[in-house]
Structure formats: C-alpha cells, structure tokens
Design a protein around this ligand. Sequence first.
Ligand code: G4P
Length: 527
Amino acid sequence: MGFTEEIKRRKTFGIVSHPDAGKTTLTEKLLLFGGAIQTAGAVKSNKIKKSATSDFMEIERQRGISVATSVMGFEYKGKQINILDTPGHKDFQEDTFRTLTAVDSAIVVIDVANGVESQTEKLVEVCRMRKTPMIVFINKMDREGKESFDLLDEIEQKLGLTACPMSWPIGMGQRFKGVYDISEKKMVLFNPHGKRDENEDVVEITDLDDDRLEKLVGEEAAEELREETNMIEEVYPEFDLEAYANGDLNPVFFGSAINNFGVKELLDCFIKIAPTPKPRETEERVVVPTEEKFTGFVFKIHANMDPKHRDRIAFVRVCSGMFKRNTNYFHVRNAKKMKFSNPTTFMASKKEVVDSAYPGDIVGLYDSGNFKIGDTLTEGETLHFKGIPSFSPEMFRIVHNADPMKAKQLAKGLSQLMDEGVAQMFVKEFGGTKIIGTVGALQFEVIQYRLEHEYGAKVEYQPVNLHKACWVTYTDDEQFKDFEKRRKRDIATDKYGHTVFMAESAWQLRTVQENYPDLQFHFKDDF
Ligand code: G4P
C-alpha cells in the first residue's frame, strides 16, 4: 500500500466523558470489533478505579499500568483506527486536554440518566475551541433515563453542539426495544436475553409505515417512533459531512455499550465519516500529512514506574511523512539530532517495537529527559506546532527544600516533573519564592512522592492563598511598567520566562483588569 493510501485509512480519535458514563466499556467493545482484544475486561483492568481516588500511590501504580492503554490501535474494515486514551480522573484533566491536541476527532459518551455532566462540558469545550469533529453516543439505554429530546436539548444548550440524530431509541430501560438507524433505514432490535455481544437483530425497514413495525415493537412504540422521527425531520438538520468535519454538526447515536448494542452502528458510521489525519498549524506554516518529510510533536510524557530507571516515554503524534526507526531526527528546541532505536506502538495491551509509522499514528519514544510537552521533531526544519497549551492552574503551594544536601537533585526532579506536565512552577520575581500550581490536589502528593523516590529529594509545602495564575501580555509599555512596579509582589515567571500574574482573588484580578485595560490576562499559555 502506498504512502497516501496509508494516510487515508487512518482515523485517530479520543473518547471523552464524565467518569462512569461508559468510556472504558465502549473502548473495549470497539477493540473487540477490531479483534485487538479477545475478551471483555482487558481494558477495564487498566482503568484507574474509583476506589483508589483517595490513595494516590495506588493511582500512580494504575497510571503506570495504564501506559499500556495510552494508545490502542486496531484494524476494522480496512481502516487503521487509533484510540487515544484519556484519563477519566478529574485531577488528570490536563493530561486529557493535551491528548486531545493529538486527535483528529472525538466521541463524546453521555449517560442517559445523568445527561450532560460537568467534566463532559469542560472536555467538549476544549474540542469545540479546536473545531474537532465530535460524535455523541448516548449510553446505558437499557436503564431508565432522561427523555431523548431533553437530552438533545442539553447537548445543544450545555455543550453548544448542533445535534443531528443518526439513530433513534425505541423506549428505554425495561421498555427498550432497540434503535432505528435513521440514515440506513434499518431497525436494530435489542434482545436483552441474548448472549452478550450477540444481541443485535437487524431488520431492514425502509418505510416506517410498514406494518411489520407493529409486529416487531408493538403498536404503541411503533406509533411513538413514527411521531418522533417526523419531529426529528422537522427540527434537526440532515447530516452533512462537511459541517461535521468543520465541527459544526454533531451526529448522535443511542445504545448500550455494556450490551454491545448500537456500538457497531456507531463504528460503521465512524469509519465512514471520521476525518483522516488533518493538516496542522505550526508557528511557521501549515504542515500537510502527505508531505514527504517527517514531522511530529510530543503531547504526553509518561514516567517509568520503576524508580531505578528514570527513563520516560514521550508520546509523539506523527503529523507528516514517515517516522522511521534508527533515523536521525531534529529536536527543534534543543537544536540537536536524535535517533530512536526502539520506538514502540501500542496495539491494545501489547507493546511492540516499530520500524515505521504514518501520519495519524502515535509512537512512544524512550527518553532520558530530553523532551518537554509540545516539543517538535523534524528532518531539519525549524517548526513549532501550535495549540498544545498549559492551562491556568487553580491550586497552589509554596515549595521548600526539606533536605539542603539534595538541592541539585531537587532542582533536577522539579524541572523534569514540570517538563512531563505534572504541574507548573512559577518563581516570584520578588524574593524568588517557588510556587507549584496544579489543576488537581492529588498532584501535590504525586510530586512529593516522586521527588523522594525517583530523585532522592525532599520537599515541604506551605499553603498559599491564591486564586489563579494568568499569563500577561501588553500593548502599552507604560502601563506594563506601572503594573510591574505596583504589583511586584504578585508577579512571577513561568518555565519559559513569561510574566505571570498570581491573583489572590477573583476580585483582585478584576480590579487589575479594569485598571490596566492595555494589559491582556490569559488563562492558557498559547496566546
Ligand atoms: P468510564 O470509563 O466512563 O468511567 O465508565 P465505565 O466504562 O467504567 O462504566 C461505568 C459503569 O457503567 C460500569 O459499572 C459499567 O459496567 C457500566 N456501564 C457501561 N455501559 C453500560 C450500559 O450500556 N448499561 C448499563 N446498565 N451499565 C453500563 P460498574 O458497576 O462501575 O463497574 P463494573 O463492576 O460493571 O465493572
């Protein structure tokens, strides 16, 4: 198969959801279809379990295991599908945001009973900002939940999406009979007593006035389906590939992942409509996947869980050209050549050394501390891929060195953990106080533990009253100088030396914004 054909058959996506909506279950069913795993439970066992939420060591251990499921590749009907795993735990949300920079599309899973939940809102917002095409899967139809039209309203109002129902449920919970596949004009019947993975019964019904409908689902449900599909036709837009590809239209499916119901319809539609690797913007120019020369960027770094080996795995998304093993590539930030002798890909839970990878693929590179999130690799050109932001943290602690003999180890440890994206460090201009900012409380414990076990350094935390850290840019020199002079104690720098305002309260931030209209306060660092 030629290079262009290889690119055209790749579909790289992520599944986003609020914890417990069914992301892991759906992932597993998709992998079963692709034959990437043989038994249900293979992915589930790698999931960070709810019971571990108060035990960060257990979470770290499971995060270590979950490296195996970071990227799951499988083939289905001639397509190469790469699922990028996103951690469900809210304290690792930043990992998820960054992983979403490496996908070409997303599937959003919503629990029929809970509707749109807070974490789904945040994650969908990130995808919407990037105009990532999204398909919605409403899960757990075998349970009682919200009315389908109400859910579509929530999807539109809370998530800001434009719903386009592709299938429509017939009843729910005990009365769940199946779904009508609107575009394919097929009735997919649900058989709750069938063997798992074998409970779909498909009947072609091209005309809903067909009186077989009554026989299949009963009079009441048949009538309801006719009425509801009429309403859908009137209210919701027809599917349009271009609108979906531009992020302006969102197909909606209904099903039950645990019963493997509606999953095949979702997957069959996905492989038809989901985008192949897209061109990507760099600060210098747009990179097109079919370009001959290799380019890629690091979107995630995972520490080795074995404290004796401090190496890490940097996950690189291939953006153009072919990545080849044992070939010299240019590490743009460090301006140096690097060669990788054992790049790995991940096929479900199997890790394998690869000789080559195509645009859309993810390769894991063993790294002893050369990479930072957002780094670019090329064949020599200086490029910087855009849109791999750090987000404004919301929890802060001052860090102190608790073992003065280990200052060097501490500095190295902190620097490497920050490169990995575990947290962000800000250094106050006045007094040089070091402040760590995170999006989740758990990270503080993770940092303390890893510094001690991997670097032999000890830190103590001191609470600090801060509301937000935001990056400052300005269009008026005089205003900035005045701001610097008056707010000296609240100004810090990030790892790149950018100016950051450490606001004590929302009120203080508002006041400063009002007093300095020519300063811009950013909540992401990719301004
Ligand atoms: P997550 O990755 O989004 O956090 O969710 P996960 O797949 O782990 O699913 C969360 C719970 O919801 C699991 O139950 C799972 O079995 C259940 N579930 C998933 N899909 C469906 C569905 O279509 N119908 C119903 N009724 N339940 C579903 P659990 O009790 O937390 O875990 P387990 O003991 O079943 O593993």
